[in-house]
Design a protein. Structure first.
Length: 94
């Protein structure tokens, strides 16, 4: 599925937008923010896996790495170093 495919424009994007704005309308506070984040994460994984299932382990590894980098940046004073290392690893995966 590409960004200009019929499936994306008329099925995938409307469903994701409906779920996203539905969650924003019906939920409030932390539940709203967390639900929207998880929904977008799942939608991104589904979109990516539609074409390239063989790269899903790499995608999950990079998601975990970036999550751990964000946690580390929150807890340490070496924020720029951790950010730079995460960016270098992400770009190297390309």
């Amino acid at each position: 599925m590409t960004l200009n495919s019929v499936v994306f424009i008329f099925a995938f994007m409307p469903i994701v937008l409906l779920l996203f704005y539905g969650a924003r309308f019906f939920l409030r506070g932390t539940a709203q923010a967390n639900t929207c984040k998880v929904l977008l994460l799942i939608a991104s994984i589904v979109f990516f896996s539609w074409v390239a299932q063989q790269y899903l382990p790499l995608l999950f590894a990079l998601i975990a790495l970036n999550y751990l980098a964000a946690l580390l940046m929150h807890r340490t004073q070496w924020k720029r170093t951790v950010l730079a290392a995460a960016i270098v690893i992400d770009v190297a995966a390309l």
